[in-house]
Write a protein that binds this ligand. Sequence first.
Ligand code: GLU
Length: 421
Amino acid sequence: MAVAQQISETNPWHTAQHQFDEAADMLKLDPGLRVILREVQREFTCHFPVQMDDGSVRCYTGYRVQHNINRGPAKGGLRFHPDVSLDEVKALAMWMTWKCAVVNIPYGGAKGGVIVDPRKLSPSELEHLTRRFATEISILVGPDRDIPAPDVGTNAQVMAWFMDTISMHKGYSVPATVTGKPVEVGGSLGRTDATGRGVMICTLAALEHLGLKPFGAKVVVQGFGNVGSVSARLLEEAGCTVIAVSEDYGGIYNPHGLPIRKLIEHRAREGTLKDFPGIEVISNDDLLRLECDVLVPAALENQITSRNAGEIRAKLIVEGANGPTTPGGDEILHRRKIFLVPDILANAGGVTVSYFEWVQDLQSFFWSEHEINQRLETIMQRSFREVLAIMKEKQVDLRLAAYLLAVRRVSEATAERGIYP
Ligand code: GLU
């Protein structure tokens, strides 16, 4: 007897499949295409040893998943986090497929991860783990096959080690192997800020749609990693007042506004925001419930759920993170008419500049930062307009509109290529 799948609100893979199903239903997607796109194409698991500084050996588990590669090579980041699981990586890979399709860049979707807390490793242990994981997944990656990038818990340095490892195996440098590298080794100008810049562009476009002005708009940002801190800084530069930001223990709050640049400097120096003068420390739950114009969840999945969506007091939510809202949360927000810019549009600035980096590496011809930011802005604004038009035409929320666009593009490519053999 078949056992019914236990659907869990906080399992990201169930969320991703639910979101896809809604779009597939509305598009009346061919049943054959539906079974193809509802599953990932490849999922790879490895268990590998790393020698610690004290000489002991630990075994780590890592994954690389490719959801769909019909529109181009697989693309997506590598996450180093203790809560990584295969279901999470599968969801993140599927979301990458839709994200690349929403902004219409020629990539399929992938994601990778290792179950590890990188903050508990020394720099040399982190390097050894990265180089061994790169070797384990090297059978999948390459500039025309699958191109990793940074995600939660990884950064430009990790990408440099990754690129060096693959290049050492080849015997020559292959910079287009990964994106998000340091500029000195073939990285792109503007890549570090790209996801936050895309969040800022989407926020301004959404505020305009809602008839609100950026000047003085109150913004709350959950997460102060690469996406959260850059989003906060660029929104402040655009005239908004950022009243709260958070780290994993909770948040800091000042109703009159926080000095974001100083917070970024403080955090780089002290490693935390907690002891910054003139602020109030609040819990993560309270941060999400603050009254504000814009809420930017830029941390992890499952932050806005059926449990707390009724208490959100933002007019606009812009998803800097992947999967911060569950379908249960979405339903409540939609009913409460809170406007939400979904992850697959809002945080697509990162992979868009990753695409620019890859193109520059393949041509060994590099662009100015101004050129990169301009091209990014053009793509983000065009994508926002396209999704908004679908929202109006079909009378759906912006997430479903983005899915309708993405699933249509990917299913057309999949159908046109046909089923091999
Ligand atoms: N990890 C980022 C994301 O979730 C960037 C992926 C990439 O640049 O390939 O979009």
